[in-house]
Unconditional design. Structure first.
Length: 309
């Protein structure tokens, strides 16, 4: 087969011999590429690469680089000063990976440490974690006992955690502490006393906590103070009521984040969330990653907060 080199005539651009060869080669290459991608051998190679340690290592490095760039971008805009997290999905995560539901709480525990680090990196001053609600006491006795054991262990670790003391993180355990076992009450009070003079950051852990119970408790103490003439009725306003809540001294949350795909507040910070932004993630709490957290913060930054105005 002979190819002829055509010259340009008038306004017509007639392809040359070389361009015809290139187009023919490109078509043959795409056919070969399509066959290779859809062949069994190619599929097996792809699966092997995907499951390899090298792939996971490279993926982690790429994600880490992306997160660094996202953090830099986020810091250019107003940062929420208080994020509250409803840590949901431990048991469903465990079920999905084929282990006992109760074991999911131990995977979720490690995520708490990571979340604190993410907040410290962004300069978020206050973090509140919904660890155990008053309704959780209605779960199976063995699961409640497992959760109490987890609380014991984590409060003990937090007491000596170098990150807590290096970053001057005040720890507050909020809720109906009297309903907790005596040793947990003692450990909670010890760590609160040890960190009470820290003012750079606050980590609030909601244990045996219920939003309605908190409001009822505040009403009771307000009534007691009025009865004993420590408080006048005309002094009662939003600021005064807030001072009777477990979260006294902590600003209301700018952002409330819930994992696992559920879209409800589950009796959490009912008074404090009056003007909070809400964000719901489909990811189970143990699988929650830094990129998911940063996405929540970015979403918060894109919203216009009017506070009823």
């Amino acid at each position: 087969m002979k190819f002829y080199l055509f010259k340009k005539r008038g306004n017509a651009n007639i392809p040359s011999k070389s361009s015809l060869l290139k187009n023919l080669a490109k078509k043959q290459y795409h056919k070969l590429e399509d066959y290779a991608v859809h062949s069994d051998v190619a599929q097996n190679i792809s699966v092997t690469i995907y499951q390899s340690r090298l792939y996971r290592f490279l993926k982690e490095k790429i994600n880490a680089f992306k997160n660094i760039k996202r953090v830099e971008h986020i810091k250019q805009y107003p940062i929420p000063q208080h994020i509250a997290v409803i840590m949901d999905g431990n048991r469903r995560f465990a079920k999905d990976i084929g282990i006992k539901p109760n074991a999911g709480h131990y995977f979720g525990r490690d995520k708490i440490k990571e979340t604190l680090d993410w907040c410290l990196e962004l300069g978020i001053k206050n973090l509140t974690l919904y660890a155990f609600s008053t309704q959780n006491f209605n779960r199976r006795p063995q699961e409640v006992e497992d959760l109490m054991d987890l609380c014991r262990t984590e409060l003990h670790k937090a007491y000596t955690d170098s990150r807590i003391h290096k970053n001057k993180v005040k720890i507050k355990v909020i809720g109906n502490l009297e309903s907790l076992p005596q040793d947990i009450q003692k450990k909670a009070n010890e760590i609160m006393q040890k960190t009470e003079k820290y003012h750079q950051h606050t980590l609030s852990i909601a244990l045996a906590y219920g939003g309605r119970e908190e409001i009822i408790d505040a009403i009771y103490h307000i009534a007691e103070d009025v009865k004993q003439e420590k408080l006048n009725l005309d002094e009662i306003d939003e600021k005064k009521v807030s001072s009777y809540l477990y979260t006294n001294g902590i600003p209301d949350p700018d952002l409330i984040l819930r994992t696992s795909g559920e879209e409800r507040l589950s009796n959490f910070l009912l008074w404090q969330m009056a003007y909070s932004e809400l964000y719901f993630s489909d990811v189970y709490w143990p699988a929650f990653q830094k990129k998911d957290f940063l996405k929540a913060v970015e979403t918060y930054q894109q919203r216009k907060r009017r506070f009823g105005r």
